[in-house]
Ligand binder design. Sequence first.
Ligand SMILES: Nc1ncnc2c1ncn2[C@@H]1O[C@H](COP(=O)(O)OP(=O)(O)OP(=O)(O)O)[C@@H](O)[C@H]1O
Length: 224
Amino acid sequence: MLRIENLSKRFDRGPGHPLFQGVNLHLQPGESVAVMGESGVGKSTLLNCIAGLESVDGGSIRLRGRELTTLDEDARAMLRRRDFGFVFQAFHILPHLTLAQNVALPLWLLDQPEADADRRARAMLERVGLGQRADDWPRYLSGGELQRVAIARSLVHEPALVLCDEPTGNLDPERAVDVLGLLFERIRDAGAIGILVTHSRTAAGHADRLLSLTASGLRESPAA
Ligand SMILES: Nc1ncnc2c1ncn2[C@@H]1O[C@H](COP(=O)(O)OP(=O)(O)OP(=O)(O)O)[C@@H](O)[C@H]1O
């Protein structure tokens, strides 16, 4: 369970008023939301606050009952490795590692035994339809395939929360639909919580709920 209560964020420069305040969000395992909103309203900043990459100025973020806003830097880094998965617009697949090695990366960082990490990475690649390509190099893959590898990598360590920032921004519309369908299906299967930031109503339509971020909080939006 993720509970965000009355979250606020301000940057030191500028007019001094908060970028956003009064942000509340309650999500259960297996549930996903899309967050839309005007450019510059703070959608990526909100994801960064949840990930502990930005400090917050008020409010609370609790994951499985644990308060995240007061953790020190080491604890936040550990939490990101163990409990978070990330999918970004740029796929961030490492070119000098095979697909299986790319997907195994989060498990290596958690000191999982190599054989176990390899087995789980291959099983995850199977689940995104790339099981036959596990030993290929990324340079032979299309954009849509690379993002499927990134999805496998975001879920391989069974995170509680998957944060996705414009994950299909680099894909053509047809591939985007396939990739989003797969992303949300895998998030639901894994019982993870998914938060998607996007400008695309089509992308947002794949999530269970659609929210709009404003300076005074998150509002429910009608479905796409
Ligand atoms: N580290 C920072 N220091 C100061 N200002 C920042 C910092 N990071 C972001 N901002 C500002 O905060 C505002 C919100 O940025 P953010 O990227 O979160 O918006 P967004 O809603 O994701 O925008 P977009 O939809 O265009 O990607 C912007 O005006 C941005 O310039």
